[in-house]
Design a protein around this ligand. Structure first.
Ligand code: HEM
Length: 516
């Protein structure tokens, strides 16, 4: 583990990685300490998942300038290279087959993707190891060539040398340096949590969570069929709301159980896992980065930065956004239904590449509409509206009032040639993953007791979730003090506010931007 971190830090500028394990003590020239360190350095992650770790050799190959210098854009459209655990991988072929969609791989070209890889994938300790096995089979390669002076030379690795790199986006040299250190320490923290079993799922908790959703929907349906529309709407609405949070947990989760349960959101809410995963994971990888995170890209309906600040064209709606924001969020689940259906009908993912239609999921969505059709119309309409309104208000509250990161404007949002499409042939600039999470969200302290915590469905531990998306959500509250302690020790900037404050800050942000 430490090995992996050190390889990333101590790659030298000539492009050769030195014997990473000895490096931290090299300047002290104390051989005994080096020997001890070598003996004690922990097993790398791929080895722990049963995969031989070819990266961990005495002479680390290939030469990988994790530098630090600014790099050139890829020579050809096909060149896609990612750095994971100190090893460069040629991902040009893999991008086309990547189960999460090619967009994620292409956007990370030329960058250290270690943190985001372990955050999202199955790699052993979190229920499966498919992604780690796949990674070990990818062709290894050398780093993208540096070409100083090139007009395309506009990007940096996330762990760039702050003294020399030109840093686009919202990062500054000081912040970049801090982000680099944080990333290194975070990997050790993650390993510690893995070893302590934080990623293990509990059968009892899984059954209880599912029983609540099914119970509320079943009771609600019974009430609806027996002439109690108000109670039925409340019961089904809450069931759908809880299904939203539970589906979120399943889709992030790894392993057979979560994989199987990915159908649940389609069955209860008509939301497709494929569509949602792509949208939501863009939010996870590039949190609060304008142009990529669609959770903060809602103009002209919601403006999080004024046109003066963002340089984008204004719209008359902006002046009223704080007035309509809270009621308008009632359309969220309707919108997600529409977008899920459109995903299949268009057969395309965000970067325009064709998707493989999951017919079982389509069947589950059809079953959902069949169930709704058996309910009285006001109950069906009311339940979807109520659940979407609750989810919409809680989801937006945890990010909208936080720092918005103006990504390299050249990404151009989702317009033509933007979003890291194959045609763009360029490497993008993002802020570092771990640091971004601390800057882009905070935890909420529920002030109205357990009922409110239940309604938040885990979103009140938003920071824990963003750092460890594959961890079961019922572990997050216990993790909170542990994370806080770690964050304080590393000056990471852990933040928490009463839930009422967060909701108010969210609304105030909209009002302030409206009044500019
Ligand atoms: C280059 C090495 C990579 C390999 C071998 C790889 C492999 C995989 C595999 C096997 C899956 C299926 C789910 C799983 O088993 O975890 C997956 C899903 C996914 N990957 Fe990757 N991946 C790579 C890089 C990346 C990167 C750098 C990102 C993000 C920037 C990313 C984002 C995703 C997303 C969003 C999903 C979908 C998750 C879901 O459906 O819930 N992948 N990847």
């Amino acid at each position: 583990m430490a090995d992996r971190c050190l390889k990333r830090i101590f790659a030298d500028r000539s492009g050769k990685l030195k014997e990473a394990a000895t490096l931290p003590f090299e300047f002290l020239n104390v051989g005994a300490i080096n020997a001890l360190y070598n003996r004690w350095s922990s097993t790398p992650r791929l080895e722990r998942s049963g995969i031989p770790q070819t990266v961990r050799t005495t002479t680390v190959a290939p030469p990988a300038p994790v530098s630090t210098q600014r790099k050139a854009a890829p020579k050809t459209r096909q060149e896609i290279k990612l750095l994971i655990d100190g090893q460069w991988y040629d991902c040009a072929g893999w991008a086309k087959a990547h189960p999460g969609g090619g967009i994620f791989i292409r956007l990370l070209h030329g960058r250290d993707a270690t943190d985001v890889f372990y955050a999202l994938h199955s790699y052993g300790p979190n229920g499966a190891d498919t992604a780690a096995v796949r990674l070990a089979k990818l062709p290894k390669c050398e780093a993208p060539e540096a070409a100083e002076g090139s007009a395309e030379n506009t990007f940096r690795l996330p762990l760039a040398d702050s003294a020399t790199a030109e840093i686009p986006g919202s990062a500054t040299p000081e912040r970049d340096e801090h982000a680099k250190e944080l990333s290194m320490n975070f990997q050790e923290f993650r390993t510690k949590l893995e070893n302590e079993g934080w990623f293990d799922r509990s059968v009892g908790q899984e059954i209880w969570a599912l029983a609540q959703v099914l119970g509320l929907c079943a009771v609600g349906s019974e009430l609806a069929w027996n002439g109690h529309p108000w109670l039925a709407t409340l019961s089904i609405g809450l069931g759908m709301e809880q299904a939203g949070w539970l589906g979120h947990d399943y889709i992030h989760g790894r392993g057979k159980w979560c994989e199987f349960m990915r159908l649940m959101p389609a069955l209860i809410n008509g939301h497709g896992a494929g569509w949602w995963s792509e949208k939501h994971n863009l939010h996870h990888c590039f949190t609060n980065h304008e142009g990529l995170d669609r959770d903060v890209a809602m103009e002209p309906v919601f403006w999080l930065r004024s046109p003066d600040e963002s340089g984008r064209a204004d719209h008359p709606l902006r002046k009223f956004q704080h007035l309509y924001s809270v009621p308008m969020l009632a359309i969220v689940f309707w919108l997600w239904r529409y977008q899920s259906a459109r995903f299949f009908i268009r057969g395309q993912c965000a970067d325009g590449n064709p998707i493989k239609v999951d017919w079982v999921e389509v069947g589950a969505m059809v079953a959902n509409y069949a169930w709704l059709a058996t309910l009285p119309l006001p109950v069906a309409l009311g339940s979807v509206t109520l659940s979407g309104w609750l989810v919409g208000n809680l989801v937006t509250a945890t990010h909208q009032c936080e720092e918005i990161m103006p990504t390299d404007q050249a990404i151009g949002g989702f317009g033509p040639g933007g979003k890291g499409s194959a045609a763009s042939g360029k490497t993008w600039a993002f802020d570092e993953f771990v640091d971004t999470q601390f800057r882009s969200t905070r935890d909420a302290e529920c002030v109205f007791g357990p009922a409110e915590t239940w309604l938040w469905g885990g979103m009140d531990t938003q920071l824990e979730h963003h750092l460890f998306p594959t961890m079961p959500r019922y572990k997050y509250h216990k993790l909170r003090p542990v994370l806080k302690k770690w964050a304080d020790a590393h000056n990471a900037g852990y933040r928490i506010s009463p839930s009422t404050t967060i909701l108010k800050d969210n609304w105030t942000t909209l009002r302030d931007v409206a009044s500019v």
